[in-house]
Design a protein around this ligand. Structure first.
Ligand code: 2P0
Length: 350
């Protein structure tokens, strides 16, 4: 019988690492940012979330979420906002076409897993919310483009809106109070600059001391430096970064990447009380990149750091030898560099 059918859809979503950082909300409820941002999507072969969504009239009780084999909270306001939006879109389709099964009224069961340790200190919320939104959109057969889905994923986690695309992705911050212009767009497909690579150095797998959500709100409320960042620094970085990607100009890409990371961490330190995400090993990684570039006589590596001490080093595949090899040998002598530090070498845009 049709009522016993279990409807099912699966999808994967990649991790993205910003080269112009999102930090600051102008509307915490709708998750609207103070500034635009831009990221590079990492290869799904290395780092991705796989999510399966099912629904059935035979399911009892409420919606449920299993994350990496553990029951997880689905009641959070952010997850609920995504589910509400997806259900409303499905209900609209069902209202237009009465022959469609009423999936919008059925309990959802969502199962999600990462192919990298959640505790690796890598941002998992971006891939997680992107996969959740796309899996349910597929289940509901919504005729939505990645950009339309980015409007929903953004409400789960800001950076998630950028994980609906591969390649080089901008999140246009937008100006409207309703957030309908705050969405992700593709700047260039992966194939445009396919030799981009990312080396991820997991300095610490510990959960971060100050969450991004609360850290960025403290920065918005207390940092004077931040006002300059959103007024002039980020708009200039967005323009330069889009030109660097268009021209496949690695030195320009690298300079903006490193300066934007520095600007973001400077604003964290200018937050009152200050927020320190980078540690001694992070700083040693900065110096190692500087040494690699000095030895090469040109910029062949770029560092960036998110809301934690882990380093992401961007470089081009043809420079793997001097970048990856030298990076490890330079860090070996660093205090705090532990055998436990792990790295993922990922095609950034496959
Ligand atoms: C980014 N980060 O652009 C920046 C750089 C961290 C540093 O996006 O509150 O987890 O869920 O919207 O997306 C981390 O912030 O924050 C982040 P919420 P999210 O990748």
């Amino acid at each position: 019988m049709a009522t016993e059918t279990i409807y099912k859809a699966s999808t994967t979503a990649p991790v993205n690492i910003a080269v112009v950082k999102y930090w600051g909300k102008r509307d915490p409820k709708l998750n609207l940012p103070t500034n635009s941002s831009l990221s590079v999507t990492l290869s799904q072969a290395d780092l991705r979330t796989l999510t399966t969504a099912t629904c059935s009239a035979t399911y009892q009780g409420e919606d449920s979420l299993i994350l990496n084999d553990e029951p997880s909270d689905i009641k959070g306001a952010r997850t609920q906002a995504c589910l509400r939006e997806l259900r409303a879109r499905r209900a609209a389709l069902e209202a237009e076409n009465s022959s469609l099964p009423k999936l919008s009224t059925m309990p959802l069961r969502i199962v999600s897993e990462n192919n990298f340790p959640t505790a690796a200190g890598l941002a998992s919320s971006a891939a997680g919310f992107a996969a959740l939104v796309r899996a349910i959109a597929n289940l509901y057969e919504l005729p939505s483009s990645p950009t339309e889905l980015s409007l929903i994923a953004r409400q789960g986690s800001g950076s998630a809106c950028r994980s609906l695309f591969g390649g080089y992705v901008a999140w246009r911050g937008g100006e409207q109070a309703d957030g309908l212009d705050s969405k992700a767009v593709e700047v260039a497909p992966a194939s445009h600059w396919p030799n981009m690579r990312a080396l991820i150095l997991v300095v610490s797998a510990a959960k971060k001391g100050v969450s991004s959500t609360s850290g960025m709100q403290q920065t918005v409320a207390t940092s004077d430096l931040f006002q300059g960042r959103i007024a002039t620094v980020v708009p200039a970085h967005m323009d330069k970064m889009e030109a660097a990607i268009r021209d496949r100009d690695f030195p320009a890409f690298a300079e903006v990447t490193m300066k934007d990371s520095n600007s973001f961490h400077a604003c964290c330190m200018d937050t009152y009380p200050p927020i320190y995400y980078m540690n001694d090993v992070s700083r040693a990684a900065v110096r190692a990149v500087e040494a690699i570039n000095a030895a090469a006589g040109k910029t062949i590596a770029a560092y960036t750091f998110d809301a934690g001490p882990n380093a992401v080093i961007y470089y081009l595949e043809e420079n793997s030898g001097p970048v990856v090899g030298t990076f490890y040998s330079l860090l070996q002598g660093t205090d705090g560099w532990k055998d436990g530090a792990k790295s993922y070498d990922s095609a950034a845009v496959k």
